[in-house]
Design a protein around this ligand. Structure first.
Ligand SMILES: Cc1cc2nc3c(=O)[nH]c(=O)nc-3n(C[C@H](O)[C@H](O)[C@H](O)COP(=O)(O)OP(=O)(O)OC[C@H]3O[C@@H](n4cnc5c(N)ncnc54)[C@H](O)[C@@H]3O)c2cc1C
Length: 513
């Protein structure tokens, strides 16, 4: 296969015909010489004139002169060989987020009998529970933005980009599975692919149906409550009071399963405190971001990525930016409030939002494995009280001047109720100072950024815990395989899904299908 790089097109004329002509010109071949044509990558170059830049893969028998932009590549096809010879009845997977879901999908395709145990509801029921919560503040502690079918990734922007290096083709394999199950095929080549909550809800259901067709089982509203260990080896699990014999447990519980972390800690599984980040979400009119990034609305809703190091050496950065999205009340415990961001596939809310977070580490909150959760809870409880159960919000400039907002600068796009507040009361001084220093700096990068509205509290950026595991992904308790974001090995949908593939490779190397 021949990869042709640096094919540039104006943003008004990037049709397949145009691309084919440009490829032919570059290769000095005729269109009829092209036997297959595929866009491998599309990115935007905004440095001078706004352009799309493409990498195109073609097959041809015509004679080609190679150079830096015309190279030969081999297609990488990801696959797993089953080499294991130990017998196993069923593989139990706790959690149906991207890590658990991709494990179940992959293993059931290989012929293993999988059982997915999920504390939350199926996605259709979950959508109703979440809508009810956003309207009435009535929280279902097991079916919410964090818990339920599809995990934390279901109500999200569905950004799929990751910086992970991937020689084996796992990333592409994951994107292909998303497409097979309902995502737009353009995610296969967009530089920053995203799916959106509306489509993700359909995808997780389609994937579940395939797992069940393959002989897999799903148990919703089923909580892993306890584990029984014999001779440092997993013997059984207790789910909704039922004891189930279990030799292989994939623990894909996400970063919000605080009760489960506590249970595992009490069972003396090796775990440690891990640095994470917390702060606020800032909402701006999408138009100011489009103007700053591309000076046009033609490319849809633009994103941004901002980083800063404070005078005191704290990292402040934008995280999980949601173009054309909504800030959402993403709480999962009574009387504690946490927010996040999501968007629909069209990203057309008219608002941009992003977390602006400050790095924190065990030095700030203690190095007992559960101290990070304690710290998150302290702040989430304050946020709940500050907003009287609603999302506390404030114009950034009022926050900077330490005065409660009385009127918002514009109508914010938020799912969930909110209340005008003073977020200075929420954070320790070092976080307030860092956020102010950071946002003032970001205002030098994006004009009018400081006219944004802040919402609190963004506290669940990543897991505050790492569950230790060996090279075979097995924990200090044999038979338990902690994976994904909660275990501290992933930070997003794609990296969590990659964990699902990796653990499937391990299982296939140990057990017969
Ligand atoms: C609102 C929001 C927006 C986001 N946007 C993006 C984005 O655009 N792009 C991106 O890459 N990432 C995004 N993320 C982060 C991403 O969703 C997570 O990184 C990812 O979902 C982690 O996958 P996971 O499978 O490890 O865990 P999770 O998705 O958290 O799944 C864990 C699952 O385990 C279940 N569970 C937990 N404990 C138990 C138990 N004891 N018994 C039974 N079941 C249990 C939970 O109910 C949950 O469904 C977003 C997160 C949120 C909340």
């Amino acid at each position: 296969m021949i990869r042709v790089r640096q094919i540039k097109c104006s943003i008004d004329n990037n049709s397949i015909d145009t691309l084919k002509k440009k490829v032919c010109n570059k290769l000095h071949i005729k269109e009829s010489d092209i036997k297959s044509f595929k866009i491998n990558k599309e990115s935007i170059d905004a440095r001078k004139e706004l352009m799309y830049v493409y990498e195109i893969d073609i097959d041809t028998d015509a004679k080609i002169k190679y150079d830096n932009d015309i190279i030969e590549v081999n297609e990488i096809k990801y696959s797993i060989d089953v080499t294991g010879n130990k017998s196993i009845d069923k593989i139990y997977i706790i959690g149906s987020g991207p890590a658990g879901l991709f494990t179940a999908y992959t293993l059931s395709n290989l012929g293993y009998k999988v059982v997915v145990i999920e504390r939350g509801s199926d996605v259709d029921t979950r959508i109703k529970d979440v809508d009810k919560f956003w309207l009435s503040n009535k929280l279902n502690i097991n079916s919410n933005v964090q818990f339920g079918e599809g995990g934390a990734g279901t109500f999200s922007d569905g950004k799929l980009n990751t910086l992970v290096k991937d020689k084996l083709g796992r990333k592409e394999h994951i994107l292909k599975i998303f497409v097979e199950n309902g995502a737009d095929p353009s995610i296969l080549y967009k530089n920053k692919p995203h799916i959106g909550t509306d489509i993700l809800c359909k995808i997780v259901k389609n994937m579940r149906n395939k797992i069940i067709e393959n002989g897999g089982e799903y148990r919703f509203n089923s909580l892993l409550e306890d584990i029984i260990i014999k001779d440092n080896k997993l013997d059984s699990i207790i789910v909704n009071g039922e004891t189930i014999k279990c030799n292989a447990l994939i623990l894909a519980i996400g970063h919000s399963a605080r009760d489960t972390f506590k249970m595992l800690y009490d069972k003396k599984i090796n775990m440690s405190a891990k640095p994470f980040a917390l702060g606020v979400r800032i909402i701006n009119p999408q138009s100011i971001i489009n103007k700053a990034q591309y000076n046009t609305d033609k490319l849809g809703s633009a994103d941004y990525k901002l980083t800063y190091t404070t005078k005191n050496n704290r990292g402040v950065y934008s995280f999980c930016m949601c173009p054309g999205g909504y800030v959402v009340n993403a709480s999962s415990e009574e009387n504690y409030l946490a927010i996040n961001g999501m968007s629909y596939s069209k990203r057309d809310s008219g608002c941009a939002n992003s977390a602006i977070v400050v790095t924190v580490s065990p030095k700030d909150y203690g190095d007992n494995p559960l101290d990070g959760i304690k710290f998150q809870r302290e702040l989430e409880s304050k946020a709940y009280n500050l907003g009287n159960g609603n999302i506390p919000i404030q114009n950034y400039l009022d926050y900077k001047n330490n005065i409660e907002s009385t009127k918002l600068n514009f109508e914010p796009c938020i799912k969930g109720n909110y209340k005008l507040s003073n977020l200075n009361l929420l954070f320790p001084e070092y976080i307030n100072d860092s956020l102010k220093e950071g946002i003032d700096y970001f205002n030098t990068k994006i004009s009018k950024f400081n006219e944004g509205i802040l919402c609190g509290i963004e506290s669940r950026t990543s897991s505050p815990i790492r569950i230790e595991r060996d090279d075979n992904m097995e924990s200090s308790i044999k038979g338990i395989y902690p994976i994904g974001e909660g275990a501290g090995y992933a930070g997003g949908i794609t990296t969590s899904a990659i964990e699902g593939l990796k653990i499937s490779e391990v299982i296939a190397s140990i057990y017969k299908n």
